[in-house]
Design a binder for this molecule. Structure first.
Ligand code: GLA
Length: 726
């Protein structure tokens, strides 16, 4: 049994970890442990002094050491004498805002709970167990049901909360975070992933300080600026050793994660929907579901933690026919043509691509409405016949006749003011009466909380997908959101809109992905502005960044790799000089970097020299051969690109017989020793042959001493080594 309740202690065990909570005499649920597996109750570690200015609940009587302000609460709330960051807060009908949750009941069952209207980790009864703990605020009747999903073999624990108003009066939730996690002390580092458009998920690691540190997004999307994920790790934790806990929020809207080190040096982390521009009115009898957080813990360092997240995301988050299968190598016309194309141009790119072995032609932005630039056309999902004479069908047929599949770009959530849709339904765009809206890339955002808007988008997309042989959809979203207002909602419900938008987005994605199970959906938001486990539930891959420069990509993909498996990372070879940075890198380097992902090209292949075309054809062949190892193998980060002057990573097959080592050395240097790279995850006893050579090395030597990397001439030179067990 992964979940046990014994002597007022909840034990949630996975193969290598233990999550433990206790119930005390006052019905308070407190956190005991998340870390290495032990058989013991960890209660003995907790002892509290009488702390001045940390008050005591009334029923504690003269017990001055019992304080909500010092206890490691499993789900902390505002207004009960705990002055640290709360996970939940509410305003009651009389305007007061205290919440004090006490245990009411619990249940344990096989299988993994789901969440109404929201994506969640899924697993069958043999793979997971669920614990539901019902907590009640006696005075108001607000119930918080804490959900725990335990995926034993995955070393994963999921959390979510459902609030139920079981009282007589209406109330309003003002903070409804999904997780609250206590750590015994604050001597930890935390790692988070910040960035910007064209430079997402830059890893940053700092020590915790006393007080509150936080990340988040109020942009209506999970954002380029911060990823909804973080790692807490012991200060000495490395890629290969030490304790670390990862948390990934399965949500694509505004989010917040906070960590506080309190006066006693204990740490608390909370994570969920951002409370700014959030409130949710709960009438008597109504429920509200918070999104899920995926937790995983490793006692063997960050590398193992990442592998655990890769496994759970790949097997229990991503869905659909493409979840575990190989993906087509694609060619996208965006950086080849931008808005300037016609049928002949697209066909010529496709034709050349087909000759080089590429599987799928993706027609990007500009094929619809009056879309000759980014000022117009969004919302009009009908073919621009000036560019594509006779519509899509003849082009798709011609491309199919080349033996290639066809894919199409959409940006469903947006509208241009210069569009028929906007002229007909100006009220469908988010804007606040009496204020001018904020434009971004000249566009406004459709209110996806409205059913008629979703129905319009569903019908428009469905029509195109039905009438044309479209086998791939790129779902883009190219701005941050503001001007939140929906005329149909009463004033006290306006702050529900950002979350209602996300619920609408998920509902639309669910409808379309269910109806078109054979279509590969790739997520995108100006590259990786919405790269989160929520979107991955609908789209098994996401365009990782609009920055296609191979050098910068190694940093972006490094950060992305902490939580997200390579199969989810859309990555393309583009032209040089690179359109974002002007940097020139070799075609081999661009190929190697893009291969650590869902591979494709994004340039006019007709402009390549003959020998470059041969390289492309060879890369496509190589990727196709290596894709099973890249997708199914264990991924190892072998360097820290910020520190080591190179990016290096490897894929090791499950049976450890095959290893692909790839990387990029950033700068050539004169008169230096050859670089050495220590490998990981090999069979220590076995011998390995490198790139088919006669000489072999033992796994233990390659892991302890390392592999000598080839000498490089020039900057940003890629290497690739293939090891086979003897
Ligand atoms: C976004 C995407 C790009 C491309 C453009 C088209 O920036 O990330 O890949 O599709 O939009 O406008």
């Amino acid at each position: 049994m992964a979940i046990r309740f014994e002597g007022n202690i909840f034990h949630l065990t996975t193969d290598h970890t233990l999550y433990q909570m206790g119930l005390d005499a006052f019905g308070v649920l407190y956190h005991l442990w998340y870390g290495e597996k032990t058989e013991c109750s960890m209660c003995y570690l907790y002892h509290y002094p009488d702390v001045g200015f940390s008050g005591n609940p009334y029923e504690a009587g003269k017990l001055r050491t019992y304080s909500m302000d010092t206890l490691p609460l499993e789900y902390a709330t505002l207004g009960n004498g705990d002055y640290r960051i709360p996970a939940a807060a509410a305003v009651h009908a009389d305007g007061s805002c205290a919440l004090d949750f006490r245990y009411e009941s619990h249940k344990i069952y096989n299988g993994k709970y789901g969440i109404e209207g929201l994506p969640a980790v899924y697993a069958d009864a043999s793979q997971a167990q669920t614990l539901e703990i019902r907590l009640r605020d006696a005075a108001s009747g607000l119930v918080a049901v804490l959900f725990y999903g335990v995926l034993e073999e995955m070393d994963v624990i999921t959390r979510s909360v459902v609030f139920e108003n079981d009282g007589e009066e209406d109330l309003t939730l003002t903070k409804a975070h999904s997780v609250c996690l206590q750590l015994l002390d604050g001597a930890w580092d935390w790692i988070h992933f910040h960035g910007r458009h064209t430079m997402e998920r830059q890893m940053e690691r700092t020590s915790l300080f006393h007080g509150i540190q936080q990340i988040g997004s109020t942009r209506g999307t999970s954002s380029h600026q911060q990823n909804p994920s973080l790692i807490l790790c012991e200060q000495g934790c490395t890629e290969t050793s030490g304790l670390c806990i990862g948390a990934a929020l399965m949500y694509s809207g505004s989010f917040q994660a906070q960590i506080e080190v309190d006066q006693l040096g204990q740490a608390r982390m909370v994570m969920g929907i951002h409370p700014e521009q959030f409130s949710w009115k709960l009438k008597k009898g109504e429920r509200f579901s918070a999104p899920e957080v995926i937790l995983s813990c490793s006692t063997q360092g960050l590398g193992k933690l990442s592998q655990q997240f890769h496994a759970v995301i790949r097997n229990h988050v991503c869905r659909g026919n493409y979840k575990l299968s190989s993906r087509p190598v694609l060619i996208n016309n965006w950086e080849a043509t931008y808005f300037d194309f016609n049928e002949e141009k697209i066909y010529s790119i496709a034709k050349q691509a087909s000759e080089l072995g590429i599987d799928l032609m993706v027609l990007d932005d500009g094929w619809f409405g009056k879309r000759d630039g980014d000022c117009s056309g969004l919302g009009d999902w009908t073919v621009n016949e000036q560019k594509l004479k006779g519509g899509l069908a003849p082009l798709v047929e011609k491309i199919n006749a080349l033996g290639m599949r066809f894919g199409l770009w959409f940006e469903p959530e947006m509208v241009s003011e210069d569009s028929d849709l906007y002229r007909e339904h100006p009220d469908w765009a988010l804007r606040i009466p009496g204020r001018k809206p904020v434009r971004s890339r000249y566009q406004l955002v459709l209110d996806l909380s409205r059913e008629e808007v979703r129905d319009y988008l569903y019908e428009s997309m469905r029509k195109l997908l039905r009438e044309n042989h479209i086998e791939y959809v790129k779902w883009d979203m190219n701005r941050s959101i503001c001007d939140w207002y929906n005329p149909a909602l009463p004033p006290e419900r306006q702050a529900e809109l950002p979350h209602r938008y996300i619920l609408g987005l998920y509902e639309l994605l669910e409808r379309l992905t269910t109806e078109f199970p054979d279509v590969l959906f790739e997520g995108c938001s100006g590259g990786g502005g919405r790269f989160d486990a929520g979107m991955l539930y609908y789209c098994p891959q996401i365009w990782c960044s609009d920055d296609t420069d191979a050098h910068e990509r190694t940093f972006i993909q490094y950060g992305t790799s902490f939580f997200y498996p390579v199969s989810t990372v859309g990555s393309h070879v583009s032209a040089v000089p690179n359109h974002q940075t002007g940097r020139v890198t070799a075609l081999e380097t661009r190929g190697t970097v893009a291969m650590a992902g869902s591979f494709g090209y994004e340039l006019d292949l007709n402009l390549l020299r003959d020998e470059e075309k041969e390289t492309v054809a060879e890369q496509v062949k190589r990727y196709r051969k290596l894709q099973p190892l890249i997708y199914d193998g264990s991924y190892f980060r072998l360097s820290n690109p910020y520190r080591d002057g190179m990016a290096a990573w490897s894929f090791v097959s499950e049976d450890q017989s095959r290893v692909l080592v790839q990387g990029v050395i950033y700068r050539a240097e004169a008169n230096v020793l050859q670089k050495r790279l220590r490998l990981r995850g090999l069979d220590p006893q076995a011998g390995y042959r490198v790139n088919g050579s006669k000489q072999s090395y033992t796994g233990s030597a390659l892991m302890a001493g390392g592999l000598l990397l080839p000498k490089v001439a020039g900057d940003d030179v890629a290497f690739e080594l293939y090891l086979e067990r003897l």
